[in-house]
Design a protein around this ligand. Structure first.
Ligand code: NCD
Length: 306
């Protein structure tokens, strides 16, 4: 059974991941049938507290909550009391006092969701904290894989690009290895943090080595907002040596999935042809996102439903 909050996959048990993915798979089937009116969150309120830009994650959480009948509160941080100097903890306490059942938070600082979770009664879901974790993104990636493969156990996933600044890569590493997949990583040395091997990653010396026989190849957006210039020579070089294109896919298994959390810089992390290619599942990842978030919101709040 899930705990009070979803803060990351590093601390989530394999059985919990399994429970979320199993329910999310059913939710996804309903979404495919265009069923978008479910009672699971009726009478509940979910607050979206986004301190960082977002399109798909915020919209996805909002729709997931609305499809299950919740009241959704969108806090525009740029025009809220945060601008008057209110602390995160005080904002959280205010949402608690307003009887919010769930707070979905994105924050540029790693650890902010944990701090909030420790101080509020509401369930807290991490929608991305700095360079730390983005658990629902990794779960939606795993749902996309599981739907196609049945199981991720024994599969190989290659993750290429700006690993250091990527919370998506880290959550995928924790989650996929817990479920028995092999995770290979390749990045410029300047964009590869230490300690990944200790948590199960196989660090590769070229993108071809990473892609060799892989079942899925995942590109990552260069997180320009989190770094200073000089970590790689130019965008052209990044695309050539660390990007996903037809040349590198020749090394992967036939029909290997091409994945990206979005937003994509076309022609940088992924070539345009690959984004629109037959094995690209980028749009399906978006649908998986709503399904995973529906499952999480329901599982976190369900004991309270009469
Ligand atoms: C990711 C994020 O915000 O971490 N995007 C997302 O949630 N879909 C990846 C990114 O911004 O590059």
């Amino acid at each position: 059974m899930l705990g009070k909050d979803i803060l990351g996959l590093r601390d989530l048990a394999a059985e919990d991941i399994d429970e979320i993915l199993s329910l999310a798979l059913n939710m996804k089937k309903l979404l495919r049938q265009n069923i978008k009116k479910l009672p699971h969150l009726m009478g509940k309120s979910a607050a979206m507290l986004f301190y960082e830009n977002s399109t798909r994650t915020r919209c996805s959480f909002e729709l997931a909550a609305k499809y299950m009948g919740a009241h959704v509160l969108n806090l525009a941080v740029a025009t809220s009391s945060v601008q008057k100097g209110e602390t995160l903890v005080d904002t959280g306490k205010t949402l608690d006092a307003m009887r919010c059942d769930v707070i979905v938070i994105r924050h540029p600082m790693g650890g902010a969701p944990k701090l909030l979770a420790q101080t509020v009664q509401a369930h807290v879901v991490n929608a991305g904290d700095g360079m730390n974790e983005h658990p629902t993104q990794a779960l939606l990636d795993m749902l996309t894989m599981r739907e196609r493969w049945g199981d991720v156990k024994g599969k190989t996933v290659a993750i290429l690009g700006d690993i250091r600044h990527s919370r998506v890569a880290k959550s995928n590493l924790y989650g996929l290895t817990k479920l028995g997949a092999e995770v290979r990583m390749y990045a410029p040395k300047t964009l590869l943090p230490p300690g990944l091997e200790e948590v199960g990653a196989k660090i590769c010396r070229s993108r071809e080595e990473a892609a060799e026989g892989a079942d899925a190849v995942m590109g990552l957006r260069i997180q320009l907002e989190r770094q200073h210039a000089g970590n790689f020579p130019s965008l052209g070089e990044y695309a050539k040596y660390y990007g996903v294109d037809a040349d590198v896919l020749k090394y992967a298994k036939e029909g290997a999935l091409v994945m990206h959390p979005g937003p994509v810089n076309r022609g940088v992390e992924l070539s345009s042809a690959v984004i629109d290619g037959d094995t690209s599942v980028i749009e399906d990842q978006v649908l998986s996102g709503i399904a995973v978030r529906m499952a999480i919101l329901f599982l976190l709040t369900k004991e309270e439903v009469a």
